[in-house]
Design a protein around this ligand. Sequence first.
Ligand code: ADP
Length: 394
Amino acid sequence: MSGAGIKLELQRSAETKAKLQVLLVEDNPADAELMLRELRKDGFEVSTTVVRTPGEFQRRIREESPDIILADYNLGEWRGVEALQILQAEGIDIPVIMVTGALGDVAAVECIKQGATDYVLKDGLARLPEAIRSALREKHERSLRHQAEGDLARKVEELARSNADLEQFAYVASHDLQEPLRMVVAYTQLLSERYHGKLDADADKFLGYASEGAQRMQVLIHDLLAFSRIGRQDAVSENVDCKVVVEEVLQALASATRESGAVVTHTVLPAVWANRTQVAQVFQNLIQNAIKFRGKEPPLISIQAEKAGQQWRFSVSDNGIGIAPEYAENIFVVFQRLHARGEYPGNGIGLAICKKIVERYGGRIWVEAQPGSGSIFKFTLPSRGPDERVGARP
Ligand code: ADP
């Protein structure tokens, strides 16, 4: 029977009159008979195997996979709790109900701790059928849950594999396209230079378009390659002082800052555990964007950091054009932009790179913004290396 078939059968047996295969761990035939009578009275069609020794018990659970185990607590030479231990060691999920004479609190707790689903006293056997139904229901729910967890784990694995395939594809494609494209760019440029004015006006225009298109494609492919390299390169992590990194980035952006009249301020910035070049890339992309997507006023950019558990949460805020909340997720996807290139230059790769870098270190990046009222980009990075993190194994 398939797994689903077994479950269906179990469900039926849990909810309606059904065949019930019982493994009885009981050394007293009279007690066994009383139990079976109670079950039959309640409408169960019972088939039973009685076992008296641990060895027999082990063999039966391996060979027969009963629906339920009813075990006495005191069995003379051994105890029903040992049956629970055997079941656990075998890794078999069959509900066990202890059916016993008087059972003290300590013993009852021990049974439940060891994995018994329930216990029923021998002088209260009327409760047995309902205890069995509820144990079977629980098992059914458990197996559904296991199946769902298994499905989820498989999906996550598939997704990770297809992501890795896609990244590999993007890497190979962008890498291998570079070479032929270099030739296209070189020869269209050569054509433009050598034949400019020698053909007709249309030809000059067409050559210009071809050359421009090829150069644009070169930039796109270069960006795509940069993006797909992030996960591949062995970027070594170290303690990176963000204050130093931000100051270097601001130096590199000095002319854009000057031209736009931007004022960039930052509070005390901490050290993070990541790759230095990648941290710089994140700050550079965010600051560059804050300058690029400015409003009518000169850009006011502020960089801050606050501790969030074992991470630092950074924010880069600006007074620029802002972003409509419905695009807050999209802008982090490769080549997604909200404006035409004529309006604001760019390829839509900067934020995708930031996201990939930040996620590589277990961090997160997001934006809080409204159109016309500036944007705050926030991201987290680990404050310490894996060995130093609180709770890390030595
Ligand atoms: P690019 O800057 O090349 O367009 P990005 O990936 O860096 O690519 O950004 C994607 C889009 O997100 C931008 O085109 C822009 O629409 C929006 N965006 C990014 N940063 C800002 C910002 N600081 N203010 C307003 N919009 C922004």
